[in-house]
Design a protein around this ligand. Sequence first.
Ligand code: ZN
Length: 57
Amino acid sequence: MKDNTCAVCDCELDDTRIAVKIGGKTVEVCCEECATVLREAEAAARAVAATAAHSGH
Ligand SMILES: [Zn+2]
């Protein structure tokens, strides 16, 4: 896995790269569109984790 590729679409990153903070770590994506995808994916993952934590009884 290369360091200089978008975390969402695997495009090569250039000067327009955007750093998105996800769960305490910074991930770089190629454009605002990919940043949105990443944030939504993280929000969904967080919602699933919250649901799992509350399914005790
Ligand atoms: Zn991308």
